[in-house]
Design a protein around this ligand. Structure first.
Ligand code: ACM
Length: 514
């Protein structure tokens, strides 16, 4: 005969196994199962509380994963929504039992994520749709769960971006980091500098001139986003509880804008045309004016109060070898090119602060030894309050930035770069990533905001290729961002993936091979 304790353990094991087989990604942080299920036919109708400003159409019906229709009506319906005081942002409670479906939420993101989980729980059984009895109390491990798309190297366009936003929402990712500016192309309309797009958007990574007949026939339209198009995408993201963080690269990765306005560059200024790989001549006040003008339009356009300024991979030799810049450094007591870079971006930080914004940049902006270089910054220190986006260098640099008081988003390239092949960065390796390194106190750990995964665009000329590299690894990063490390389990995650692959086969049919 089993003792009550053994029976209890057995019950817990059965419950856990059942919960693990629900196929949820990201896995909820607290979940318990009961016996039973709700059965629906073709439709689940529900009404949203009037103060809950969710655009209903975007919630589930557009998620397209199942045939069942989730219809929003004016009153009543199958789901009870309850606002819960003091529930953390993005947290939710979802209870499904014989009384029906109840969603507790603190803010609109919480309600939205509860609906996403509900959507994942629905299964088809013959003609019926069933939802198992379950009780979930859930909130994310990190508040920064980002996907980055590089559209400078290859422009993808609205349709692809919206598809990616849909899939991010399904996975409860909340930051779309938009890499709109880099050497090959400038992809955002700026009213004050029309040549940025009339000249700067015409090429891609393979240096093709896309304004030729051959290309315009193949890909008609612009290779940049107008402001109206960006507003449309911002609204689409907003309806899915996703914030867009725009990235405007400086002072390097600036060839596209220097091609349009050669006077902004170092080498291009003296030689007259935009030279590939050139960087801004930041000793020239014209450059700071230009950047302030661009950022002013960017800040007016995007609701995000965090602006990414890039800051990575600046070939400092261009400054060191330009006599006017070297003179400027001497007279301003800036002993190294790193100090010059920090001096400049601190001025940009001040400007952003004056507009109520916070600066974020790749971790070269700290002045640390990121790529094995021998000099570090001497006189200048990166502005307080900056968000350091770690991507390269020894992982101990994360701790170093945290100890100096910065916030960090961890995008360690060996785990989170989606342009790396599946042989280099396998699914298992992607899943194993932890954004929080050892050696930080509990308080310090809170300054690690989360993680990003990055779809760099050098070798992804088509949407098919973007999807191939993104899916399914994005799901691993979504789970790392949401599920606390104690609750992560790679085997369970792998078992849940087929549910997603089934959905993706319908929502991103271009991605034929996951
Ligand atoms: C980077 O990959 N250069 C941030």
């Amino acid at each position: 005969m089993k003792t009550p304790f053994i029976s209890f353990l057995l019950f817990c094991c059965i419950q856990l196994t059942a919960a693990q087989e629900l196929g949820l990604i990201p896995y909820p942080n607290k979940i318990s199962m009961e016996t039973g299920e709700l059965i629906y036919k073709e439709v689940i109708s529900f009404s949203l509380p009037s103060h809950l400003t969710l655009e209903p159409a975007s919630i589930i019906s557009q998620a397209k994963g199942y045939d069942i229709k989730l219809i929003v009506q004016k009153k009543g319906g199958a789901i009870k929504f309850k606002k819960i005081k003091n529930l953390a942002d993005e947290a939710y409670q979802l209870t499904i039992n014989k009384k029906g479906i109840t969603i507790g939420y603190g803010n609109r993101s919480g309600a939205f994520y509860a609906l996403q989980t509900l959507n994942q729980l629905i299964r088809k059984n013959g003609e019926d749709y069933i939802i198992p009895y379950v009780s979930i109390s859930d909130q994310p491990a990190f508040h920064w769960r980002a996907y980055m798309l590089d559209e400078s190297r290859h422009f993808q366009g609205i349709k692809t971006v919206k598809t990616l936003l849909d899939e991010m929402a399904r996975l409860k990712m909340n930051i779309f980091h938009w890499h709109l500016v880099d050497d090959p192309g400038w992809r955002i309309e700026i009213d004050k500098y029309p040549k940025l797009t009339s000249i700067g958007s015409k090429k891609d990574f393979s240096n093709r001139d896309m304004s030729t007949d051959e290309w315009t026939k193949k890909f008609p339209g612009n290779y940049y986003y107008t402001k109206d198009e960006i507003r449309d995408i911002i609204a689409y993201a907003e309806a899915r509880c996703i914030t867009i963080i725009p990235e405007i690269e400086m002072p390097g990765h600036a060839s596209a804008s220097i091609l349009a306005y050669p006077e902004l560059g170092t080498l291009s200024k003296s030689k007259g045309i935009g030279i590939w790989g050139d960087i801004y001549d930041i000793s020239d006040p014209k450059v700071e004016m230009f950047i302030q003008d661009v950022l002013t339009e960017v800040i007016d356009l995007f609701p995000s109060r965090i602006i990414h300024i890039g800051g990575d991979e600046v070939p400092h030799s261009h400054w060191e070898n330009t006599s006017s810049v070297a003179d400027f450094m001497k007279s301003n007591h800036l002993p190294t090119a790193k100090d010059l870079q920090i001096w400049f971006i601190n001025r940009i930080s001040k400007f952003l602060q004056s507009k109520g914004c916070t600066m974020m940049g790749w971790n070269e902006i700290t002045g640390d030894n990121v790529h094995g270089e021998t000099t570090e910054n001497k006189s200048e220190k990166l502005a307080d309050g900056t968000v350091v986006h770690f991507w390269d260098g020894d992982a101990s640099l994360v701790n170093k930035s945290i100890k100096r008081g910065y916030k960090v988003v961890n995008s360690n390239r060996f785990f989170t770069y989606l342009d790396y092949s599946y042989e280099t960065t396998s699914m298992e390796k992607s899943y194993s990533f932890s954004p929080v390194p050892e050696g930080l106190s509990e308080k310090e750990q809170k300054n690690i905001w989360g993680l990003g995964c990055q779809m760099w665009g050098e070798y992804t000329p088509t949407a098919e290729r973007v999807f191939y590299m993104t899916f399914p690894r994005i799901a691993a990063h979504a789970e790392t961002g949401w599920t606390i490390s104690e609750n992560k389990n790679y085997d369970r995650f792998l078992k849940a993936l087929p549910n997603f692959k089934q959905v993706w086969a319908r929502t991103i049919p271009l991605a034929t091979d996951f």
